[in-house]
Design a protein around this ligand. Structure first.
Ligand SMILES: [Zn+2]
Length: 146
């Protein structure tokens, strides 16, 4: 499947929007334009059903070394995120930019609004503050041990 790249609207700008012609399975074709923040390749978006298209930007989570009986530890990504939009979705939560947050691998909190995402960030930040208290308690416990 080949896509037919169109000339960008502006000349030689690195941030020029990416556009391409997409054939729609139900008939017709449409010029798609990525939002500035989209980093998806769209390698497989030369054709498809209208509402198959998504734009997005993925952000790696942090990796924690989790115990593994065979390997000692394995890296476990937590708190990975993807800004996403499904431009043709009939669901307004999907057709406006939102975040999919993976608190841990293969688990997702879907379609978070900015306020919902901020609430999760506040929860994680508060938990980190609590872990600082646990850390201090651990240091004290070790100093007093024996
Ligand atoms: Zn895009």
């Amino acid at each position: 499947m080949t896509t037919l790249p169109l000339e960008p609207a502006t000349v030689s700008s690195v941030s020029a929007p990416r556009t391409w012609l997409r054939r729609i399975h139900s008939g017709g074709q449409i010029v798609e334009t990525c939002p500035d923040w989209c980093t998806d390749t769209h390698r497989n978006d030369g054709s498809g059903y209208l509402d198959d298209l998504q734009h997005g930007a993925a952000f790696d989570g942090l990796e924690l070394a989790v115990f593994d009986a065979e390997h000692g530890t394995v890296p476990m990504p937590v708190l990975a995120a993807r800004i996403n939009v499904d431009p043709y979705s009939s669901d307004s939560r999907r057709s406006t930019p939102h975040v999919h947050l993976e608190p841990f691998q293969d688990e997702v909190m879907e379609c978070l609004t900015p306020d919902e995402f901020a609430a999760v960030i506040a929860q994680v930040r508060a938990h980190c503050d609590r872990m600082d208290e646990i850390h201090a308690q651990l240091v004290k416990a070790r100093a007093e041990y024996r």
